[in-house]
Design a protein around this ligand. Structure first.
Ligand code: PLP
Length: 446
């Protein structure tokens, strides 16, 4: 059965969607029996594929024991186990994990925690947030305000809190030809310093950024040294660094937390997608010792909460996912598989007249499509290349995550790839073959 125009699910009425039936390994199937290679895990969610035995068993086991106990009265064994394991594997001095139901909730909690921290330490003047134009932090009002996607923000502008947006670190389009990558990284990071000075350092509470940018830009990885300079600037002004690893975290880039590869630790970090791996809705906000201590020694509790935060079933799923990622070595396999994916992408698209850039880290990769490879001129947005790639890929039996250019009107259409960590070499070749045909079909039709 196809849902499509008569779908009873609100928000889906204008789309023609297939009805998903079941999943096996890296493949999804619809009720018409069509098979789809999941080349993007939806949007970087399904890191374990669709039939992981350990995670299924953990959820069943927990369901038979305890489904729900309100966090106002109880903690639970799976929540405690998951929080402990996250803390033990997190960078820097992360001291506590706050479990939520998804990425937007985690970002909202991070922004509120930053504000409460400054109230607790007697700096009530700090309330401003700085973010980057190339960013997506979620769809709830606080997270949407932090995000830089003009299209997503525009309807809700009167409801959004004020957030300053600086330029991203986007070497493909922003680095000068005669500039080294390192020098560009410093220049891009120094935009933060300039913005802090403009706003007044004592009024700024936090800078929020995705270490590797996902949805708005297609796996844009930062220049070397960029985040070290960002960390320095935040420290110099007593500003909290919130890293949003909802998409790029949980091993996607080749280390459990993407920021480990940049040699920095955040004050607060948000995670979600890969933490539940699609088996349960879960997210988390992790906070450093300094922040936890200020609240523990101050008012005593973080003034926040949702009915379903710390949900035992979701926590059991997250705990099993983390075991698969860390103890069973799946994250350790990501760099090698990522290299294999890049080689296949380079072989297929390295000389393609409409592929301007192939980028990213680990199994988090982006392909940017351009009208002209030499000038980097993007396709006219009205040609809707990304929409056509998505459709052509589905017809090929491939799920990928294309989106349009959104940063300062400059970047082109791009395709995000984030396959499950269990993908094998043949499936990587299948992915690039199908993607190649989909791109060519879409461009020919546009
Ligand atoms: N932050 C980032 C970096 C994301 O990519 C997303 C979702 O795409 C979110 C936050 C919001 O997460 P969710 O859709 O689970 O609310």
């Amino acid at each position: 059965m196809s849902s499509g125009a008569d779908s009873a699910v609100f928000g889906r009425s204008s789309a023609t969607l297939s009805t998903a039936s079941h999943g096996e390994g890296v493949y999804l199937y619809d009720t018409d029996g069509r098979q789809y290679l999941d080349g993007s895990g939806g949007a970087a969610v399904s890191c374990l594929g669709h039939s992981d035995e350990k995670v299924r068993a953990a959820i069943h086991g927990q369901l038979d024991k305890l489904a729900f106990a309100h966090t106002g009265f109880f903690t639970s064994e799976p929540a405690e186990r998951l929080a402990r394991k996250l803390i033990d594997n997190a960078p820097g001095d992360i001291a506590r994990a706050y479990l939520l139901a998804g990425g937007s909730e985690a970002v909202e909690a991070a922004l509120k925690l930053a504000r409460q921290y400054f109230l607790e330490i007697g700096q009530p003047g700090r309330h401003r947030v700085i973010a980057r134009r190339q960013s997506y932090h979620g769809n709830t009002l606080g997270a949407l305000a932090a995000g830089g996607n003009a299209w997503r923000r525009e309807k809700y502008a009167p409801l959004l809190i004020e957030v300053s947006h600086i330029a991203p670190c986007f070497a493909y389009r922003e680095k000068h030809a005669d500039e080294s990558l390192e020098a560009y990284g410093q220049r891009a990071a120094n935009e933060l310093e300039a913005e802090i000075q403009r706003l007044g350092p004592d009024s700024v509470m936090a800078f929020i950024a995705e270490p590797v940018v996902g949805a708005t830009a297609g796996a844009v990885d930062p220049a070397p040294g960029y985040f070290q300079r960002i960390r320095e600037i935040c420290d110099a002004h007593g500003i909290l660094l919130i890293l949003d690893e909802v998409m790029c975290g949980m091993g996607r880039t080749g280390s459990l937390f993407a920021c480990e590869q940049d040699g920095i630790a955040p004050d607060i970090v948000t995670i979600a997608k890969g933490l539940g791996a699609g088996y349960a809705p879960i997210g988390a906000m992790l906070a450093s010792e300094r922040i936890y201590r200020a609240i523990a020694d101050g008012s005593g509790s973080f003034q926040h909460g949702h009915t379903y935060h710390g949900h035992p079933l979701a926590a059991a799923a997250g705990g099993a996912v983390l075991e698969r990622l860390v103890d069973d070595g799946l994250v350790a396999g990501v760099p090698g598989k990522g290299d294999r994916l890049v080689q296949a992408l380079q072989a297929r698209f390295g000389q393609h007249p409409h592929v301007g850039d192939i980028r990213g880290r680990g199994l988090f990769r982006g392909v940017e499509l351009v009208e002209n490879r030499e000038t980097k001129a993007p396709f006219e947005p009205s040609r809707k290349i990304n929409v056509k790639v998505k459709k052509a890929a589905m017809a090929e039996g491939l799920i990928c995550y294309p989106a349009g250019g959104t940063v300062d009107g400059k970047s082109g259409d791009h395709i995000l790839l984030a396959p499950p960590f269990i993908i094998n070499d043949d499936q990587i070749d299948e992915l690039t073959d199908k993607l190649g045909r989909a791109i060519d079909t879409a461009i020919a039709a546009a």
